[in-house]
Design a protein around this ligand. Structure first.
Ligand code: RB5
Length: 153
């Protein structure tokens, strides 16, 4: 059952060319997009966009987030620095499913230089439509405990 309605979207310059196609596709299949992505022509810094999307998801402005840079790696590292957020890398349809089913990822991170735009769209759709499997909850709790322990100082 699809319950996700609003998706926060972000990209850096490496994904500037695909951003509109991906956004339009998500809108065409029924999602609302909160756009925090980069639209310019020059280079930019992916952490600036990762933090905006992570913040939007953390504060309930969107249920899930999508971040696209060249590889998905930088966006994923940056988004995971925001306490309370789980961002997952995704490099095929299987990892799109598993990021939802096993990891309950709040944000999916993809690489525009590592996939075609239709592959990116398909992976995002699959991820948004896949539910978390409760049997993995205890591992998510352990991740949250690690985060909490790091916050004591
Ligand atoms: C930008 O050139 C590139 O480093 C960035 O898009 C991303 O792939 C970083 O992980």
């Amino acid at each position: 059952m699809k319950t996700i309605k609003k998706v926060a979207f972000g990209n850096d310059h490496a994904a500037a060319e695909v951003r509109n196609t991906v956004k339009e596709y998500l809108i065409s299949i029924g999602y609302e997009i909160e756009d925090f992505g980069y639209e310019g022509n020059g280079n930019c810094d992916y952490p600036d966009y990762a933090v905006k999307v992570a913040d939007a998801v953390l504060h309930g402005k969107a249920e899930k987030g999508v971040l696209i840079c060249g590889t998905g790696i930088g966006m994923c590292i940056a988004a995971n620095k925001v306490k309370g957020i789980i961002a997952a890398p995704c490099w095929d349809e299987d990892t799109a499913v598993l990021a939802a089913q096993h990891n309950r990822a709040d944000i999916l991170c993809l690489g525009s230089r590592k996939a075609t735009v239709s592959e990116l769209c398909r992976r995002i759709k699959i991820w948004l439509e896949t539910s978390f499997e409760a049997r993995h909850e205890k591992r998510i709790i352990k991740i949250k405990e690690i985060e909490k322990a790091q916050c004591k100082a």
